[in-house]
Design a protein around this ligand. Structure first.
Ligand code: ZN
Ligand code: ZN
Length: 145
C-alpha cells in the first residue's frame, strides 16, 4: 500500500507530489505547486524549493538552510486558492511545541511555468477545541497545548 501524500490532498504520495519532487512532472497550477512545495519542506528538498521560486526569490543559501532545518512539518490545510494565489495553514513542531503558520502565497507564470513569487504572513492560532494537529485525534487542549 502506498502512503498518503504529506500535502493533505488525500492522494497517495507516488501519484501526488512525488513526480514533482523527482522532476518527472511539473505542477500545472498554483495549488499543485504550493502542495508540492509543502511536501518538499517536509522532506527537506531544498533544491526543489529553490527551483520553484521566481528569480527574485532565488538565493542559494536557502537550499542549505532548508536541508538542515530542525523543525518538523506535521500538517497542511489549504483554505482557499485561485489561479495565482493559495491561502494555507501549516503546522510544525519545534521541540515539543506545535506552531502554526498561515500564509497567502502568490504565484507567477514565467515561460508557461508556474513559480512561487511571494508570501504574505497572516495571523493564525490553534483553536483549543479543534482536533490536535499532531494527528492524535484528541482535542488540542487535551493533547499538545
Ligand atoms: Zn501531494
Ligand atoms: Zn497533539
Amino acid at each position: 500500500m502506498s502512503k498518503l501524500c504529506y500535502c493533505d490532498s488525500l492522494k497517495s504520495f507516488d501519484i501526488c507530489c512525488e513526480p514533482f519532487l523527482l522532476g518527472k512532472k511539473s505542477p500545472q497550477c498554483a495549488l499543485e505547486l504550493m502542495r508540492s512545495r509543502y511536501s518538499a519542506y517536509v522532506l527537506r528538498k531544498g533544491q526543489y524549493l529553490y527551483d520553484t521560486c521566481s528569480p527574485k526569490l532565488k538565493n542559494k543559501e536557502d537550499i542549505e538552510s532548508i536541508n538542515t532545518q530542525v523543525i518538523d512539518w506535521i500538517g497542511l490545510k489549504v483554505q482557499s486558492f485561485s489561479d495565482n494565489e493559495v491561502v494555507f495553514i501549516a503546522y510544525y513542531k519545534v521541540k515539543n511545541e506545535i506552531m502554526v503558520l498561515k500564509e497567502k502565497s502568490l504565484f507567477i507564470i514565467i515561460d508557461k511555468k508556474i513559480f512561487y513569487d511571494s508570501g504574505q504572513p497572516l495571523s493564525a492560532q490553534i483553536n483549543r477545541n479543534e482536533t490536535c494537529p499532531c494527528g492524535s485525534g484528541k482535542k488540542y487542549k487535551k493533547c499538545c497545548a
